[in-house]
Design a protein around this ligand. Structure first.
Ligand code: ADP
Ligand code: MG
Length: 912
């Protein structure tokens, strides 16, 4: 503990105290060497309590709890003032130490204290003030505290601390309330009395916090729930503040006493709760004084006297802020000595950590050490700006007289001795109070605004008054003017009347003169009047007659108008009748066309029904599939004269153009019937020419391309097949893209009959010598070979017919020399199908293919392909088995004459 350290020093390093301690021998009271510090600042001297602190032996210490605050303009170095106070013997000591002399002896006039080491040896110490057991509280306050309080009132920080063993009178010195006897009032109460006496309540403020520091925890004695207050240090200024602590404004002494009482009660309660005594904790009273400096310029004002009073009023008021800290420190005795009080060693350490840290800091400051361990404890952090820093500091060390506590007393004395060497850097806390200046200026501004408003109002009232006055004057002037005008008017009127009167009189006179002349004139006039009257009566009768005439004409006009209206309504009626007639006619025409289409429909239905009956009838020759044309023709033939007659009749009745136009009818059914009728007509060779000339072929081809209906496709393709019988028509079909239309139709067809019709049409085209190349070029052969995929014998028969036709034409062209090279059928890959179907069970297929093979075989150029595709076998078979003799002979002749075939036969070892 701090006191322990101090004690050691006392014993072993006394010399290090640099002559603040003198050792005297037994007999002499005279110090061998007195404290060489010549500065004996009179604590009593109010005006300069700290003057001379920097002179003497003691070096000005750069160190302080404030972390070595440099001297600035406002900084004045000062030393910590240390007083020692001896407590009178108490009752217990009077008894227990009755036979022993006190261990201390005071020499107040020399400000010395003698500590008895033993019966023959004493140590003498010098202090700033030595207070005997008879020293009154008042005197103690005046020498220890008053200068500090005055400093606080002047804007310095100040600290008063009491240090000493428990029971030596620290609390007595600092905290006595003196309720029983005002003479006993301690430093706190007296300090507040002085402060309150100095401050003006309207402009200054006194705020108080009261705290307890125990085991490094800072508790608010004014609000016990607030038990861990944090310390905030302003890094720049080094100021310490406790934002969490309760601050109470003190306006009178009574409230301060109550606050101290309340704090004491809370301290007692807290200590009971913590199972400790107040001697273990530090009590801190903090008084913040803020004073407005009146009646003088700030110390560092640069006012040169030229400034106006306005400028002076704009200067913010100067305030001085001082903080007084009164610290009743914990008992300086070592804790272990105080016996078992339930604390562990660790706790015991922390209990007086702050006190020992304070001791260490004081040592460091006293020895001018570079490092002052301020941050080691809360107490030293709290006192950073109050002790050895920028504050005025007084320390009162309290000692008891009992020789039994000599050790503690000695260590307390050493603490005080070291503290005497600590220098403070005083700093005046003076600043401009901009806030209150702002407030003052606000008030001034308010006043000015009010004044302005007042003037404004007065001005407005004045303006109003002047306006009213002006208006009064104007109306008065107007009135005067009106009066004058009226007067003038009356005058003129009067004058006028008078002059009129005069003129009348004059006129009367003239009249009389002219009277005689007049009479003659009157007679003449009467004659004229009679004549005019006559004329007038004549005119009147004429007018009457004219009026009668007009009335007459008017009635005639009315009659005419009436008859015109009736004629108009008649016209309207007739017009309506005409419209109705037109409507009726249109209706009837619609009905006629409907009836026509119905007629078409019915006739075709009848046709179909008849065909169906015929097909199912007995005696039909099976396998008559030479061509759909012949079929249709035969159907027409079979249907008898009645049917033919009906179609022919229809043809006549309706007309070909009409029928063909129905091919483009909107109604799908009508289109179907129309195409059927056209197909029927096309079956008759006599009609074909007419149909083509009327554009029927073109319409049918277009129908193939435009319609999606399979029936239409089938019937149209049939009709085209019939028309394709004719060579001229064949060319027309080809020139109008017939091949591609037919092959597209085939590719979409689902009904074999459609395919049969398409194949029939192409087969007919295949028989045209002139169209060979074009037909092949447009894919006709390829289309046939596609169609065979359907496999229906009727369809295959048509394909075979087409191929045979094509082969025949080609053969003819080759023989004539107009064609050279391989057959286009072989080129387009038809040969395998021909060979495959050359021996078909269906005789039309077989016969056409046999013919095709024979035609192909005629030309040596096809021989090699034919041999490789197996046609040789078929030719041999045909030459032997074909029921038709001409074909048989043709085959035989071909085989016998072709060198390639002969070689092929040999290679196949066929004896031929
Ligand atoms: P501390 O606070 O240092 O523990 P106290 O102030 O409580 O000591 O004092 C202990 C006792 O001594 C108290 O009863 C107090 O009244 C008495 N006492 C202390 N100093 C004086 C003094 N100067 N005159 C008379 N009595 C004193
Ligand atoms: Mg106490």
């Amino acid at each position: 503990m701090a006191s322990g350290g101090g004690n050691n020093r006392n014993g072993t390093h006394r010399n290090s105290l640099k002559g603040t301690t003198t050792t005297s021998t037994v007999s002499t009271d005279k110090p061998l060497s007195v404290n060489s510090n010549p500065s004996k600042p009179a604590f009593k001297n109010k005006s300069s309590p700290l003057t001379g602190a920097s002179s003497g032996l003691r070096k000005s210490s750069p160190g302080s709890l404030g972390g070595g605050a440099a001297k600035d303009d406002a900084g004045v170095p000062g030393r910590v003032r240390v007083a020692v106070r001896l407590r009178p013997r108490n009752a217990e000591e009077s008894v227990a130490d009755a036979d022993f002399a006190d261990c201390v002896e005071l020499q107040p006039e020399l400000k010395r204290l003698k500590l008895r080491k033993n019966n023959w040896d004493t140590d003498t110490y010098e202090f700033d003030e030595v207070l005997t057991e008879f020293a009154s509280q008042k005197r103690v306050y005046e020498v220890v505290a008053k200068p500090v309080v005055e400093g606080v009132l002047d804007g310095y920080n100040g600290t008063i601390m009491a240090y000493g063993q428990t029971g030596t009178g620290k609390t007595y010195t600092l905290g006595r309330l003196g309720e029983e006897d005002t003479a006993n009032r301690g430093i706190m109460v007296r300090a507040m009395e002085d402060i309150l006496a100095e401050v003006s309540p309207e402009i200054d403020s006194v705020l108080v916090s009261y705290l307890q520091l125990y085991m490094e925890s800072l508790q608010d004695l004014l609000d016990p729930t607030n038990d861990n207050i944090s310390i905030v240090e302003e890094p720049k200024s080094g100021d310490v503040s406790l934002p969490g602590a309760t601050l109470v404004e003190i306006r009178d002494q009574q409230s301060f006493l109550e606050l101290l009482r309340l704090g004491e009660a809370h301290r007692h309660a807290a200590n009971t709760k913590l199972n400790t005594e107040s001697s273990r904790s530090h009590a801190l009273l903090m008084v913040h004084v803020k004073r407005t400096v009146k009646g003088r310029e700030p110390a560092h004002s640069s006012d040169n006297g030229n400034s106006t009073s306005m400028a002076r009023s704009l200067r913010p008021p100067l305030v001085r802020k001082g903080k007084l800290v009164v610290v009743d420190l914990a008992g300086s005795e070592r804790i272990d000595k105080s016996g078992s009080d339930g604390h562990t060693r660790e706790e015991a350490k922390s209990i007086n950590l702050s006190l020992s840290a304070l001791g260490k800091c004081i040592n460091a400051l006293a020895e001018n050490s570079a490092h002052v361990p301020v941050r080691d404890s809360k107490l030293t952090r709290l006192l950073r700006d109050s002790f050895g820093g920028t504050a005025r500091t007084s320390l009162v060390i309290t000692v008891g007289p009992s020789p039994r506590h000599r050790g503690e007393t000695a260590s307390t004395i050493m603490f005080g001795q070291r503290a005497m060497k600590v220098e403070n850097m005083l700093k005046l806390k003076e600043e401009f109070d901009y806030k209150s200046l702002a407030r003052r200026l606000d008030i001034q501004l308010d006043k000015l605004i009010m004044e302005h408003e007042r003037k404004q109002k007065a001005f407005e009232v004045e303006i109003e008054r002047m306006t009213a006055e002006a208006q009064n004057r104007i109306s008065e002037a107007e009135r005067n003017y009106a009066d004058a005008v009226e007067k003038e008017r009356l005058k003129y009127q009067k004058d006028y009347m008078e002059s009129i009167k005069k003129l009348e009189e004059k006129w009367m006179m003239n009249q009389q003169n002219q009277g005689n002349e007049r009479k003659e004139q009157m007679v003449h006039i009467a004659e004229e009047v009679a004549e005019v009257k006559k004329l007038l009566s004549k005119e009147t009768s004429l007018r009457k007659a004219a009026e009668e005439e007009v009335d007459n004409l008017k009635s005639q006009l009315a009659q005419l108008k009436m008859s015109e209206a009736s004629a108009n309504s008649e016209i309207l009626k007739l017009r309506k009748m005409v419209e109705d007639e037109v409507c009726q006619k249109e209706k009837l025409e619609g009905e006629i066309s409907m009836l026509q289409s119905q007629l078409l429909h019915l006739s075709f239905e009848a046709d179909e029904t008849r065909k169906r009956l015929d097909r199912g009838g007995p005696g039909k020759v099976p396998g008559r599939l030479d061509s759909p044309v012949s079929q249709v023709r035969s159907q027409l033939k079979d249907s008898g004269n009645g049917e033919k007659a009906s179609v022919a009749k229809l043809f006549e009745q309706v007309g070909l153009q009409k029928i063909l136009s129905l091919l483009e009818a909107e109604d799908a059914d009508v289109r179907i019937h129309a195409v059927k009728v056209v197909a029927n007509l096309a079956a008759e060779e006599t009609n074909q020419q007419k149909i083509v000339e009327a554009g029927g072929l073109k319409s049918l081809l277009m129908l193939l391309g435009s319609s999606d209906d399979e029936t239409i496709h089938r019937v149209a393709a049939g009709a085209i097949a019939n028309l394709a019988m004719n060579e001229k028509n064949q060319e027309l079909i080809m020139s109008q893209g017939g091949i591609s239309l037919l092959s597209t139709t085939a590719s979409h067809a689902k009904d074999p009959q459609t395919l049969r019709m398409v194949a029939g049409a192409i087969a007919n085209l295949c028989g045209n010598d002139k169209l060979q190349t074009k037909l092949r070029g447009e894919g006709g052969i390829k289309a046939l070979l596609e169609i065979v995929k359907c496999g229906h014998p009727d369809v295959l028969a048509q394909v075979a017919r087409g191929i045979a036709n094509f082969a025949k034409c080609e053969s003819r062209a080759s023989t004539q020399g107009s064609k050279t090279g391989r057959s286009l059928l072989i080129e387009d890959g038809a040969l395998p199908w021909i060979v495959q179907n050359a021996n078909s069970d269906a005789s039309p297929i077989r016969r056409h293919n046999e013919l095709a093979l024979c035609h192909l075989a005629q030309h040596e150029v096809n021989a090699k392909d034919m041999i490789s595709e197996g046609a040789l076998w078929e030719l041999v078979r045909i030459s032997q088995d074909c029921p038709r003799e001409d074909i048989r002979t043709l085959a035989h002749r071909t085989l016998a004459s072709s060198p390639d075939f002969i070689a092929g036969l040999k290679r196949l070892r066929i004896n031929y």
